[in-house]
Design a protein. Structure first.
Length: 264
């Protein structure tokens, strides 16, 4: 009898393991609805409930202003579930006119040749063109960036590597994560794959910063934050250890944060 029970238990365990091998993890929001977590590589996307223009542009690696312009969306950039957004700009091509020039009637006499006017005094050559004035420095130099948390740098930015678009700072769970500069929270959620609990701050029309893998977010979308203000608690959501993933993006494109941060 005991042998039969052990055999049944073994068969049940094998069935459960086989089922786990075929299972798929579906991330859901606090209301139990599935959330979109995949990076966007398509030319358009269908807006889901909970999406924001900033979050979609971040996932697509685009400047939110470009996405707004391509879709005719004006500030405050409100989007709606079921709305389809174009994520690539469409070039406008101007085609030459297909009309042919009108022909001259065959019975019309040609106009008499006109005598060219006498030559006039040659004008002096124009002065040499002056070079354009230098462009103003980037607004990054005007932003007093600060470190978003304390800890050991365990990951660096690598240009062109989609898995290393910022820096990783190791620390302990619950450690303070602060705003690297003053700005407005434009995203606070967990709908982006690989970032866990994520906060995105807009510092200007040109600059954004992102803070990922938090244990808890302390700010909501639309909140104005000051430099150094606590915005989250460090955690390991979407990561294998307690750490902060920090990005700075200029016009939607990630850049190396280290040259902008003060020396430690």
């Amino acid at each position: 009898m005991n042998a039969i029970v052990r055999l049944l238990c073994l068969l049940l365990a094998l069935v459960m393991l086989a089922g786990c091998g075929r299972s798929t993890v579906v991330r859901r929001d606090r209301d139990g609805r599935p959330v979109s977590t995949q990076p966007i590589s398509a030319s358009s996307v269908l807006v889901q409930r909970g999406d924001t223009l900033y979050g979609i542009a971040f996932r697509a690696g685009q400047d939110y202003r470009d996405v707004a312009r391509w879709n005719g969306i004006r500030p405050p950039y409100t989007i709606y579930p079921g709305q389809r957004l174009q994520l690539r700009g469409q070039a406008i091509v101007t085609r030459p006119s297909t009309r042919q020039p009108a022909t001259v009637a065959s019975n019309r006499k040609p106009a008499p040749a006109q005598t060219p006017p006498p030559p006039t005094a040659r004008k002096p050559p124009p002065p040499p063109a002056q070079s354009s004035p230098p462009l103003p420095p980037s607004t990054a130099a005007k932003i007093p960036w600060r470190w978003p948390t304390q800890g050991v740098l365990i990951g660096r930015f690598v240009a062109g590597d989609n898995t290393r678009q910022g820096i990783d700072i190791a620390g302990s769970g619950g450690q303070a994560v602060v705003a690297a500069a003053a700005g407005t929270v434009v995203y606070s959620g967990s709908g982006l794959v690989g970032y866990g609990e994520l906060v995105i701050i807009k510092h200007s029309d040109e600059w954004l910063s992102a803070y990922g893998h938090n244990r808890r977010r302390l700010v909501a979308e639309g909140a104005a934050v000051s430099a150094g203000q606590n915005i989250a608690e460090m955690g390991r959501t979407g990561a294998s250890r307690d750490m902060l993933h920090f990005e700075i993006r200029r016009n939607g494109k990630p850049i190396d944060p280290l040259p902008l941060l003060p020396a430690q």
